[in-house]
Write a protein that binds this ligand. Sequence first.
Ligand code: HEC
Length: 183
Amino acid sequence: MSGKVILRAKTLAAMAGVLVFTLAQAESPPVPLGAELLKPFKQQLMGALKAGLQEGPDQAIEACKVKAPEIAASLSLDGVEMGRTSHRLRNPDNAAPEWVKPVLHDYLDNEAEVHPVEVSAGEGRMGYVEPIRMQATPCLMCHGEVLAPAVAEKIAVLYPEDRATGFGDGDLRGVFWVSWPEG
Ligand code: HEC
């Protein structure tokens, strides 16, 4: 137990160290801890998507289904938890944690003006939420108004409750969220 706590503290300290180093170098505004924690999640998701797309949209859909939860789980260590969610879910397992719901609602109230926010995640935890917007390429291939028949079919088989099509370029698709123990 105490080993785990020390490890957690060390991880956070190491991340803070990276943060300070980055700051000293760039002299830009501070990068929030949440943004640092989400960086590998975003990179690895995009890597899995791109690798899948090289094999074709079918494989990419499979890759997203298998890899996305694996990546989130592999980075959710030492008290850190992260994930993706949306107001229009593809996978119901990606439902928003309670503390993320009000932020998502705020975002939807004024979609044009959304910014990352740091909020309390309850139970002694801090949280950070970042908007995800649709990009024409490659997102709309699997989330847009018109899908290739093979893509639509594959999604219908794997995600019978899918609500994540019909988006346009630049639309708010959902959010990345991360939470970690306070202090
Ligand atoms: C090859 C098809 C494909 C492409 C291209 C694609 N996605 Fe997805 N997306 C999926 C699948 C499949 C899931 C469900 C993954 C799972 O089971 O967790 C998903 C889930 C998501 C989720 C999680 C919330 C939910 O609805 O379950 C978000 C957010 C998301 N995609 C955003 C994007 C963005 C942004 C892009 C472009 C950078 C993109 N997607 C490109 C297939 C795709």
